[in-house]
Ligand binder design. Structure first.
Ligand code: DUC
Ligand code: ZN
Ligand code: ZN
Length: 467
């Protein structure tokens, strides 16, 4: 069976050109000058007037994560279907080892949640909720045998996921040996907990205090500390997740300027939303935007600096940190105490569109759009060139994107299992038109043709930025 994506403008990280893309089965076999593909009984996708880009890769999602006394509201079924609607054809989710649990048991539990339920391909990072001898051995095993080459540690959330500096250093040393990437939630959780207790004692219970008790300085300090610990671990590869603040970005930029193996991602919420306008919404409304790292002040230069970081590659990747909770019964767990609001924002469906808005606004080039949402995540996490590029031999994960279309974001139209939208009312110039995953059309003409179980587990290699 062959499929031809005809008449479009192919956009990749290195350039833009008119080309027809021929797919055989699940794989791209050739790109042709327009109209030069051989005749055949192809299924044709007309991309005239549209961009043809590699399927998006969201390298940071939390489907069904047990967190904050409840579970993230998207299952692998609902979350990957929403991802497909939004032009994301691969997710990398975080399997979890809870403190005291055997790493391999945590991984098995995550496979059980995802297996047979995903609409798009998926891979895993591993959260280490504790670093001991067994966990260090498990890291080697996961890299060698399970296709898991990145491990997330937390400098935040004492008593839940927190690792102290000694544990972090040991994991980094092991990663330096086995080639894995250490992903870091960089916030000083011990200091944050003091500020939280002090705020609650003063009667400051509204959602905005979630942001006010997690100041930029404590993200910048932890980012700095992680970078220096990685240096001590003989330049262990380090990836700072969900970077939200200018001063943290300065730490990453300085390390990169010094030639260090330091990378970072940001998320759409830190490019568009603010402490005052969302987290500070009247009453308990701001709970919708409680996430960590928190939204930052609009009176500072965070948005401008993060867009700039995306242009300079100090921010290499845009992921969502998709961790949805419904307002009713889930976010409401924190009524009267912001520290009990489950942390997380859902957005897996909107990353491709929200970043395309950056192209429309003149903040990113077309090529950089594709690079930050697809190509770099693939290279960063050992999926390239199978994913992240339209090239012969690559999986036929293809999005046809219509620059003349429009996207309205809101709870009435989205497909995520959430009773609200973090981006309610947003209007984007641009629209996901057709979505193809391993040669199968999942979305076309506004209709969904995908199915639960189409998505396969991807064993990842090492980051290609380090070879
Ligand atoms: N931050 C969130 O907002 N949710 C899940 C975990 C995290 O680190
Ligand atoms: Zn985190
Ligand atoms: Zn996360």
């Amino acid at each position: 069976m062959t499929l031809l994506v005809r008449g479009g403008t192919v956009v990749g990280a290195t350039g833009t050109h008119a080309a027809d893309v021929l797919v055989e089965g699940e794989t791209i076999v050739a790109l042709f000058a327009p109209g030069r593909a051989p005749d055949g009984d192809h299924q044709v996708v007309d991309a005239t007037g549209k961009y043809v880009i590699p399927g998006g890769i969201d390298a940071h999602t939390h489907m069904e994560l047990p967190f904050g006394g409840t579970n993230a509201s998207d299952t692998f079924d609902t979350g990957t279907r929403a991802a497909a609607y939004g032009g994301t054809t691969t997710i990398v989710d975080f399997a979890v080892q809870r403190t005291g649990e055997v790493v391999q048991d945590g991984l098995a539990a995550w496979h059980a949640k995802a297996d047979g339920n995903c609409h798009v391909d998926y891979a895993f990072h591993m959260i280490l909720g504790g670093v001991d001898e067994d966990a260090l051995k498990a890291m080697d095993m996961l890299v060698a045998d399970e296709g898991i080459s990145s491990f997330k540690l937390f400098m935040a959330y004492p008593g839940v996921f927190y690792s102290d500096d000694g544990q972090i250093l040991r994991a980094m040393q092991r990663a330096r040996e086995n080639g894995a990437m250490i992903m870091m939630h960089a916030e000083n959780g011990i200091a944050i907990d003091v500020l939280v207790q002090q705020a609650l004692a003063r009667g400051e219970t509204d959602p905005i205090h979630h942001g006010l008790t997690r100041p930029e300085a404590l993200e910048a300090e932890a980012t700095h500390r992680a970078i220096r610990l990685a240096e001590v671990a003989r330049d262990c590869p380090l990836y700072i997740v969900h970077l939200s603040a200018s001063q943290a970005l300065e730490q990453v930029a300085a390390a990169r300027h010094a030639g260090r193996n330091v990378f970072a991602e940001t998320c759409p919420q830190y490019l568009y939303l603010t402490l005052e306008d969302q987290l500070g919404a009247p009453g308990f409304e701001g709970a919708k935007w409680v996430c960590s790292t928190p939204l930052r002040s609009k009176h500072e230069s965070h948005h401008r600096d993060l867009w700039q970081g995306l242009r300079t590659n100090d921010l290499a990747v845009v992921s969502t940190d998709h961790c949805p909770f419904c307002f009713k019964d889930q976010k409401e767990l924190g009524l009267g105490d912001f520290s009990k609001i489950p942390n997380g924002i859902g957005g897996v469906e909107h990353r491709v569109d929200l970043l395309y808005q950056g192209v429309v606004d003149g903040k990113l080039t077309l090529e950089r759009w594709v690079e930050t949402i697809a190509t770099t995540p693939a290279r960063m996490f050992g999926l390239y060139p199978r994913k992240g590029v339209l090239a012969p031999g690559s999986d036929a994960d293809i999005v046809v994107y219509d620059p003349a279309g429009r996207t309205s974001i809101g709870v009435g139209t989205h497909h995520m299992n959430m009773d609200h939208s973090a981006y309610e009312g947003y209007e984007i110039a641009g629209r996901v038109d057709t979505v193809i995953s391993r040669g199968s059309v999942l979305v076309a003409d506004g209709a969904y043709h995908g199915r639960r179980g189409h998505g396969r587990y991807l064993r990842r290699g090492l980051s290609t930025y380090l070879n």
